[in-house]
Design a protein around this ligand. Structure first.
Ligand SMILES: Nc1ncnc2c1ncn2[C@@H]1O[C@H](COP(=O)(O)OP(=O)(O)OP(=O)(O)O)[C@@H](O)[C@H]1O
Length: 625
């Protein structure tokens, strides 16, 4: 059976095209400029392959002209032009892309990659224009043509007089309707900003007459306006230049021009990848934290360009959350765009780029840490918290990526150290990586729980941020060494003193259980301490939830009443213990009073609230009288 071709209802198709594909009307200009650039690229390619031709850069440009009075907007190029046949097939058949045909026929090299591929961009002109006229003369032909259309009704083509090769697209801009204003597409400042936003990195100059102001001749306070033709676009994107052609100032200028931040970047990373997926990227680590960084309003993401044409202002998929502070852009010629160029058709390439970028940032930060410690610490003070959240997030799936970027204050070095530095200094007999949590370094240094570990000469990492212990619990081990809080039950130190403690526990069994009873509901147990030297008591925690975690969780808005299993440890070598023993033998009530006081004292040292301050102060008075 003979196959029948599908019939497309061209009028409806055009209508759909005009009204449904693009969400943003201003992109018509991007489409027309991209077509003009493609037309010049084709000339460039011809010159590359035909020795009788030379390509003089100055002769190739795109010009935008607005005529407000007559509501005309022109996009003029000196590109390859179109023959009558090409006009018919390229601008008469929807979804026919002459550019795609050209690209497939001639393998384009030298980074000159044609933008057009779907054969629909041109028709976006009808979003803002009632009538579109195309005047064009093809390279190598003597006759020029005029194509004209008012949209769905079809088009006409007739011979026309035009001296130079190239194309002139003339849009008759629509009259303003009730809620729609089209005047803006005739305004100089608006056209300027659309070109800057979408077409800044088109490789050929985009010229336009611009109004400037100057001092009137002979006057020192009177100004006059004058018109001047200017090139609006930056053309060569900085990311396509070689790193060694660029100075630090160039990168700072780019950062500021792009409004990535009001500060200066602390560091830039310039990437060029020429593999299966090709891309260029410039990334920045800001010096200051954006004011809304830790708020819901903050949007992470990088600018995404395809061949120098902006596709997305903030592509979130390019950055993992833990690097959400990174600013910058990516430009790739290998993205599969959807027809409106507003989205990607599939994200295989994007995933590849994102993975690649993540590795580059990680490696760059590692080098930064190694080569410029002082500056890295500055960075870490600002964004270290985000890295720690990264370790903790998604059940620790990225912990290995981030663990070597972490820094913690060290009791011995009295400065920030890496986990690797800590482990490489560990004495042979030290089993664990010790840490202590608290409000500030000062306060931790004076915590009774640190006494034994510090006495032993072991280094302790100080955790002062609420995320620290959560992140470390997720990390669990580093280079096969387990993390251990100085406040945890078994510190893995001193087998001898363990024996002594066991004896003391046996000897004071009754006192300890009396104390436990007195504090019932408040602590899980009362024990003889192995870790205390100078302090009489301290609180430690048994199990996964530490006292510090209890504090953080109870400060959260959705307080879930998670409590640590607290152990009151008493120091048998402290004078107070003797008084306690005496009281227990002679006056049980007094022993109860002492137990309560010691428990409250331990709470205070921990920075935990005292449940009943009145009872506590009354107890003190009782001791005094
Ligand atoms: N200024 C121009 N000079 C020469 N040829 C042009 C010009 N504008 C359009 N064309 C031709 O018309 C064709 C259709 O243009 P259109 O913008 O609709 O689609 P495209 O650029 O090929 O693809 P896309 O929809 O991806 O932009 C182009 O492929 C090109 O061959």
């Amino acid at each position: 059976m003979a196959k029948q071709p599908f019939q497309a209802e061209s009028k409806r198709l055009l209508d759909l095209m005009i009204n449904s594909i693009y969400s943003n009307r201003e992109i018509f200009l991007r489409e027309l400029i991209s077509n003009a650039s493609d037309a010049i690229d084709k000339m460039y390619y011809k010159a590359l392959t035909d020795e009788s031709l030379t390509f003089n850069r100055e002769d190739y440009y795109i010009r935008i002209e607005a005529d407000k009075e007559n509501r005309l907007l022109k996009v003029i190029d000196t590109g390859i032009g179109m023959t009558e046949e090409e006009l018919k097939s390229n601008l008469g058949v929807i979804a026919k892309s002459g550019s795609l045909v050209f690209k497939t026929k001639n393998e384009m090299k030298d980074g000159h990659d044609i933008i057009g591929q779907f054969g629909v961009g041109f028709y976006s002109a009808f979003m803002v224009a009632d009538k579109v006229t195309v005047l064009t003369k093809a390279f190598g032909s003597s006759q020029a043509y005029k194509w004209e259309s008012s949209g769905a009704d079809g088009f006409t083509i007739e011979p026309f007089e035009k001296e130079t090769v190239g194309t002139e697209i003339i849009l008759k801009i629509k009259e303003n309707a009730e809620e729609e204003s089209y005047d803006e597409y005739l305004e100089e400042y608006r056209l300027h900003s659309i070109i800057k936003k979408h077409s800044d990195f088109i490789r050929y100059p985009i010229k336009m007459e611009v109004t400037e102001r100057r001092l009137k001749e002979g006057s020192d306070d009177e100004f006059e306006e004058y018109k001047e033709e200017q090139i609006i676009n930056s053309m060569v994107p900085i990311w396509r230049k070689n790193k060694n052609e660029l100075t630090d100032e160039d990168y700072v200028k780019f950062y500021q021009e792009k409004h990535y931040g009001f500060d200066k970047p602390l560091k830039h990373i310039h990437i060029k990848v020429d593999g299966t997926v090709r891309y260029h990227s410039i990334l920045f680590i800001p010096e200051n934290i954006p004011f809304d960084y830790y708020s819901k309003e903050y949007e992470k993401g990088l600018e995404l360009y395809s061949n120098g044409v902006l596709i997305m202002e903030k592509c979130a998929d390019l950055l993992p959350d833990y690097f959400s502070f990174v600013k910058g852009m990516v430009d790739s010629e290998d993205l599969s765009l959807n027809i409106s160029r507003e989205m990607l058709q599939q994200d295989r390439q994007l995933k590849f780029i994102a993975k690649n970028i993540q590795n580059k940032i990680k490696r760059e930060l590692e080098t930064f840490l190694k080569n410029d410690r002082e500056k890295y610490e500055l960075f870490y003070k600002t964004f270290g918290r985000q890295l720690k959240f990264g370790v903790y997030d998604h059940f620790g799936q990225d912990k290995e990526v981030l663990q070597d970027l972490l820094l913690f204050y060290s009791s011995k070095e009295e400065k920030l150290v890496t986990l690797d530095e800590y482990v490489s200094r560990m004495p042979e007999d030290q089993k664990y990586i010790y840490y202590a949590t608290g409000e500030s370094n000062d306060r931790i240094a004076r915590m009774p729980q640190t006494e034994l570990v510090a006495d032993k000469g072991y280094e302790i990492l100080y955790f002062t941020e609420d995320v620290d212990e959560f992140a470390i619990k997720m990390l669990r081990v580093y280079k096969e060494k387990e993390f251990k809080s100085v406040a945890s039950g078994d510190l893995g130190i001193d087998e001898d003193s363990k024996k002594k403690t066991e004896e003391e526990e046996k000897e004071n069994k009754e006192l300890l259980s009396y104390m436990k009873e007195t504090l019932s509901g408040k602590v899980k147990d009362v024990k003889i301490s192995t870790r205390l030297k100078n302090y009489p008591v301290c609180l430690t925690a048994d199990g996964e939830v530490s006292i510090e975690m209890e504090k953080i969780l109870s400060a959260m808005p959705n307080n879930q009443e998670v409590k640590a299993d607290k152990i009151l440890e008493v120091n048998p070598d402290h004078e107070v213990f003797q008084s306690l023993k005496d009281a227990f033998e002679q006056d049980k009530e007094k022993a109860g009073l002492y137990t309560n006081l010691l428990y409250h004292q331990a709470l205070l040292i921990e920075g935990l609230p005292i449940e009943d301050p009145i009872e506590f102060t009354n107890d003190i008075c009782k001791v005094m009288v």
